[in-house]
Design a protein around this ligand. Structure first.
Ligand SMILES: [Zn+2]
Length: 96
């Protein structure tokens, strides 16, 4: 069925509500926001666990040289940011 603007009403795969202007297979804004919230919460937990492991590795395995400590701290920060981004994207793509 076409709406007044000529765009087809496409059902959302999450809630089966018909939304004007939605592409086939895309979620409606409410389902997308709900999935993003869940994905962010999951990504936060995964990245904190990875950061904890990296922090333990840096604390116990890196030399006590101050320069090595600085690089270790940068590595811990980079681990958090990178793992969070990857986990968030993977969760958004794979979550039901
Ligand atoms: Zn929906």
């Amino acid at each position: 069925m076409l709406s007044r603007g000529g765009l087809p009403e496409v059902p959302c795969p999450g809630c089966d509500r018909r939304v004007v202007g939605l592409a086939w297979g895309d979620l409606c804004p409410e389902c997308h926001a709900r999935r993003a919230k869940r994905a962010n919460r999951l990504a936060n937990r995964i990245s904190l666990a990875a950061t904890l492991l990296m922090g333990l590795y840096v604390a116990f395995r890196m030399p006590t040289d101050p320069m090595a400590r600085i690089y270790g701290a940068v590595a811990v920060l980079a681990t958090y940011i990178i793992v969070r981004r990857i986990a968030s994207r993977v969760a958004m793509e794979t979550m039901k």
